[in-house]
Ligand binder design. Sequence first.
Ligand SMILES: *Cc1c(COP(=O)(O)O)cnc(C)c1O
Length: 441
Amino acid sequence: MRHKRFILPEELIPTQWYNIQADMKTKPEPMIDPRTRKPVKAEDLYPLFATACADQELNQTDRWIDIPEEVRAKYANYRCTPLVRAYGLEKALDTPAHIYFKDESVSPVGSHKLNSALAQAYYCKKDGVTNVTTETGAGQWGAALSYACSVFGLECAVYQVKISYNQKPYRRSIMQVFGAQVTPSPSMSTRAGKDILTAMPNCQGSLGTAISEAVELAEMTPGCKYALGSVLSHVSLHQTVIGLEAEKQMEMAGEYPDTIIACFGGGSNFGGISFPFMRHNLLDGRKTRFIAAEPASCPKLTHGKFSYDYGDEAGYTPMIPMYTLGHDFQPANIHAGGLRYHGAGAIVSQLRKEGMIEAVDIRQLDSFKAGCMFARAEGIIPAPESCHAIAATIQEALKCKESGESKVILFNLSGHGLVDMSAYDQYLSGSLLDTGSQENI
Ligand SMILES: *Cc1c(COP(=O)(O)O)cnc(C)c1O
């Protein structure tokens, strides 16, 4: 029988995360404190983030960083995740390409986000913190952090982007089941929220605004820290468990990827699957291609510019050297809420600048078309975000069909879409717009 799923035992859950910064010849520029115009030091981040996360954020020297045993033990609830050969999709496309996907949808909350949520909640607990606050778009990060906080006995408060709060009520319920307090953003409970609601009463929110609200709450509340689900370097670091496992699994399959593809919001699942393989490009002269799939309505890598910008809408965060559409960019209301972010993380931005990373933009209707094709071929309904990676994978596989080359393509299935069926409903009924807009509320 030909092998379909490549499974690793629990003992092979990685013991260390991979820090690509140690191997980059040109390191990312430092984050800048907008008040002093000086590079941010780890101590500057201690009031806001868990100390270990702040240290990891600025670590450009240690190639390997130990995963705490307590975190590994929780990873064992769902890791190692399977690597799957997508024979069904290959057949549907009639392509000579070999397509593999890493299935992060099997996590208890349905996405890769738990890989960092467990680490961040653990480090907050270790710091003696009682409360954690965050923002969420489609609710994937909020759900992951709510669960991780319940695992480590922390209170969790989540600002959810209003459009998603209304479009995806079940993610809100999931967060509430795990005991989190959920507030639609923009809200009147923070200065940042009040400011934007006064200027735009019908504002449907964005990740940038929700971050401002969560940061403000963390700064105002004693014993409270903030956790971010993407963009920052320590988040991508935690996600490298994806690529490290996939490396071993591709070995089991007896192949090595020519092309690696992931959808792109702030870059954490993309970095997570890519960086461990990219280290062989950096160190061993491999020529693997890396393709980030972003939505046409929020195209920072393909249409943004590289500059220092804030991570949030109100300008509370340090300035990050990134590809950005501007921190006040208000993305269209597409269903891939996790991709509605104005910027890209500093590491990925530097790699993009150096030409190590390619990017494609995918229109909303094409993403759902690809998602439905994948669902029918492989039996898994992908998250709207992941549909972008699938659409890019299909493009590459069809190029192989034209050229007759049997390339090995690996993509990350960042999550399942079982809580996003209202989006599929709209797609199937023909009422979904191509780029998403106010009409889709
Ligand atoms: C949040 C999310 C993304 C985008 O975030 P990245 O940090 O770019 O990975 C992609 N897929 C799913 C399922 C998500 O929940």
